[in-house]
Write a protein that binds this ligand. Sequence first.
Ligand SMILES: [Zn+2]
Length: 177
Amino acid sequence: MGSGRPPAISPEVVAAVWAAEDGRCEACTRPMDRRCAAFGRIDDRRPDRTAENLHLLCVDCKARRPDVLARLVLGGDVAARFTGQLPPEQVEQASRWLRASLRRHGVLVWVGREARSYWLPGVGRFRVALPPVGTATVVAVEWLAATPQLKVRPQARTRGLPRPDRQPLMTLARASA
Ligand SMILES: [Zn+2]
């Protein structure tokens, strides 16, 4: 690889920063599994990648991508479960609840190039397809229980550092145009 590639962050540092922030992105506050953790240097002029110089970031804030869950739709299986179990007037309400819950409380547990998995505590595991263009779609669900009950755990600790600026690049480009 080229010389511009930064040195790897040691597993100890990954664990320390992830634990210090209770697994929440310091830019958008969303939870993530440790295996999905991404990092950004706090002070770019410092070359070191120690825990003292690293922000914990989610993959989207790291890449300065817009929120991929902003326009999430439910695929066939997911919608079908609601349709089968709820009166018609509650289907749309349940869909809205699921989208909002995933966006706010979904723990990122796996990241692929064209799909992701989110864990919604007390509810289940959701696979989300990310097409190159267009809308993210919930394509598969492993429901944890017949009656899902969201269990949100408040963030237990943070170093309380100033929030890193990870505005999406598209927004910046538009703002300066
Ligand atoms: Zn983030």
